[in-house]
Design a protein around this ligand. Structure first.
Ligand code: 3H9
Length: 657
């Protein structure tokens, strides 16, 4: 076996190092070599303690996901972990980077844990449709208590070293390099004969939950309504920690992990994990295709500007501030600027009230956002994002003005949802600087960013925007220019299919129920009411397009929640729609007027009627080269339009990817 795991003696301490770039995943070879190294070190009479560490940028970031779904190869991680935990010499994990999944479970088999100050530790399995499968569901609550363990396992979010120390997940934060600190810790453990702490034998943190099912139910209450297999299974497994002997609960954990791993939901979620990485391999980003880019000077975006202080503009400005980038929010209408600023304040304040942001961070972010009423304020920006009214003439006028103001090298981005960016680029003297950055509303929440690669877009700018999107915490996907790009083009196809179904006999609540049942958090018509029906109506009118039912609703003043009525009726102050007989009547009249015979539809008929045309449109998008690969389309629908991750995306669902 070639050396993925090595060990050496540092005095009487054995230092075992895993070196399996890029993230030290626990592949079969790593597991086998790790076990061998541990056994050797244990058998060496000159060794009195063992330290585990990893080379490279991170400690183990988990099991090797690419091995999932294939037959398990011995030794499995569970066996490695059981061997480690029962060694009688003190075992100390020296961790840095992202200690995730099986990586964290490996540290839970150690007797002590020392971390670099910037370490993040977590069990993200739930995001892959799994549960921790190497003891995490039973050891983590024993070590840090159920109140801390359950949220880590059910959200999959990592915690930072200081919190990990506070809750007892780690024993020490290294003041400088973690490895020497861990070696010192190991020597101290030997010298002071610190009792070996085997997490599987720690019972006191769970004592308060024994015989108290209500106390457990209260801790997991936020996830009690979970619809997916993995969170449901995690809740059942965590319940076992205070009720079953460790070994018995571990057997349940193993069986559950295997069941989930072989299930459709996890398969789809793992597909999406690799889809996100595949999006970064778009040929347009590949330096070999652009020799001029070889010494790729990453463009630093230190100052951004956003033009237009509407809902989109303010959300985009917040994205920059959240990532620590200074931004000026510009609108020639002074009241719009004031309104935008107030809305930003309110959103940050509400994050503070909900405990999601500290007052300090709020102040820092607000400090990064300035406002101005003149485009001239964009003159120093490295990136300018236009988010003004969706009208070609208006956008072109803004770009003409920006061309005169922006500094050389500045990126000129448009947030247009539908317009032809190649046409917009004709309004400037530097079309290579023009690119589409299509954010999704609310821009500071939604993770998708469609990066529109226009015909003249400079490849260096494309690469810079892809890197920036990552920095903003977005899921970037490169798309080409066409009406609506990828996401909205398919959305329009679905909207047309919805219109047709309504005309032929379905009612809004039936359509919404079918898609909610499919896995969407909200039905498409409830979403339309939330977003408002007016913008699409005006857009249709401007383009000579029609949607008989949606048009009729708008003509009747039913513009959605804000108007108190749309596809549904809304009681004063309520955002929950109730089916409205007036809408049913309006739809029936429209069918009659157009001579369409109505019939009833079952949910099983509704879903394919809406989804099959989307898949067909996706195929056309691929054939035209607007999207590079089917998985890019899936990422767009999962991260921008609420397609259920456990169903992989429309192209995956349709068997195209
Ligand atoms: C688990 O542990 C189950 C156990 O409970 C039980 C087992 C019995 N496996 O993301 P990046 C690849 S479940 C295989 O671009 P970053 C990735 O595909 C696992 N490959 O880097 C990419 O390859 P390529 C629980 C993996 O710096 C390359 O590494 N753990 C794995 O932006 C670089 O990745 C997780 O879910 C893996 N586990 O982010 C953690 N991880 O270059 C998953 C990465 O060919 N990983 N690769 O495209 C992550 O969250 C991020 O990769 C990480 C680094 C934050 C670590």
């Amino acid at each position: 076996m070639n050396g993925l795991v090595s060990w050496r003696r540092d005095g009487d301490v054995a230092v075992i190092t895993i070196d399996n770039p890029p993230v030290n995943a626990l592949s079969h070879a790593v597991r086998a070599q790790l076990l061998a190294a541990v056994r050797e070190a244990d058998a060496d009479a000159a060794v009195s303690a063992i330290v585990f560490a990893c080379a490279g940028r991170t400690f183990v970031a988990g099991a090797d996901i690419s091995e999932f779904g294939k037959p398990a190869q011995s030794p499995i991680l569970l066996d490695v972990i059981a061997t480690l935990e029962h060694i009688d010499k003190p075992l100390v994990a020296a961790v840095h980077g992202t200690v995730l999944g099986g990586g964290l479970e490996l540290t839970l088999a150690c007797h002590f844990r020392v971390a670099d100050a910037r370490t993040k530790l977590g069990l993200p399995e739930i995001k892959l449709g799994l549960i921790p499968g190497a003891g995490g569901t039973q050891r983590l609550p024993r070590l840090i208590g159920m109140e801390h363990a359950a949220p880590m396992i059910l959200t999959g979010g990592p915690i930072a070293a200081p919190l990990a120390l506070e809750v007892g997940l780690i024993d020490e934060i290294a003041e400088s390099d973690v490895l020497p600190a861990a070696i010192t810790f190991a020597r101290r453990a030997v010298r002071d004969t610190l009792p070996i702490r085997r997490v599987s034998e720690m019972e006191n943190k769970l004592a308060g939950l024994r015989g108290k099912p209500d106390a457990y139910a209260a801790i997991v209450a936020p996830w009690a309504g979970a619809r997916l297999d993995a969170p449901k299974a995690a809740i059942e497994l965590l319940r076992l920690a205070p009720t079953l002997p460790f070994a018995e609960a571990m057997r349940e954990e193993r069986a559950t992990f295997t069941r989930l791993m072989n299930g459709e939901q996890s398969k789809a979620q793992r597909y999406l994990f690799f889809a996100e990485r595949a999006a970064a391999k778009h040929p347009a980003l590949h330096p070999s295709l652009h020799p001029a880019l070889k010494p790729a000077e990453p463009r630093a975006i230190a100052q951004a500007a956003v033009i237009g202080a509407g809902t989109m503009g303010t959300g985009i400005a917040m994205c920059f501030a959240n990532a620590g980038i200074a931004v000026v929010l510009i609108d020639t209408d002074a009241t719009a600027v004031a309104r935008g600023r107030a809305s930003i304040d309110k959103q940050y304040e509400s994050s503070v009230a909900r405990g999601r942001l500290t007052a300090d961070d709020k102040a820092k972010r607000l400090g990064l956002i300035s406002t101005a009423a003149s485009l001239a304020a964009a003159k120093d920006a490295d990136l300018i994002v236009e988010a003004v009214f969706e009208d070609m003439d208006v956008k072109k006028a803004v770009f003409r003005d920006l061309d005169a103001i922006a500094k050389p090298g500045a990126v000129l981005a448009t947030n247009t949802s539908y317009l032809d960016i190649n046409d917009i680029a004709t309004s400037v003297s530097r079309p290579g600087a023009v690119i589409g950055l299509h954010f999704f509303s609310p821009a500071n929440v939604m993770r998708l960013l469609e990066i529109v690669n226009a015909t003249a877009t400079d490849p260096a700018i494309l690469a810079a925007m892809f890197a920036l999107a990552r920095k903003l915490g977005k899921v970037p996907v490169i798309v080409g220019v066409c009406r609506g790009f990828v996401g909205n083009r398919m959305l329009q196809v679905r909207a047309a299919a919805i219109e047709r179904l309504l005309l032929e006999g379905a009612l809004p609540a039936q359509i919404d129920a079918a898609l909610v049942d499919f896995g969407f958090a909200m039905g498409p018509l409830a979403v339309s009411d939330l977003a408002g029906l007016g913008i699409s109506w005006r857009m249709r009118k401007a383009n000579g397009l029609h949607a008989a039912i949606a048009d009729a609703l708008c003509e009747a003043g039913r513009f959605g929640i804000k108007a108190g009525k749309g596809y549904y009726r809304y009681d004063a102050g309520s955002r929950r729609g109730v089916p409205d007989p007036d809408v049913a009547a309006l739809i029936e009249q429209t069918s009659k007027r157009l001579g369409v015979t109505r019939r009833t539809f079952t949910p099983d008929e509704i879903v394919p009627r809406l989804i099959t045309p989307m898949i067909e449109e996706g195929r056309r998008i691929l054939a035209e080269g607007i999207a590079h690969q089917a998985s890019d389309i899936d990422l767009i629908w999962v991260h921008g339009y609420g397609w259920p991750a456990a169903r992989g995306g429309p192209m995956y669902y349709g068997g195209v990817s």
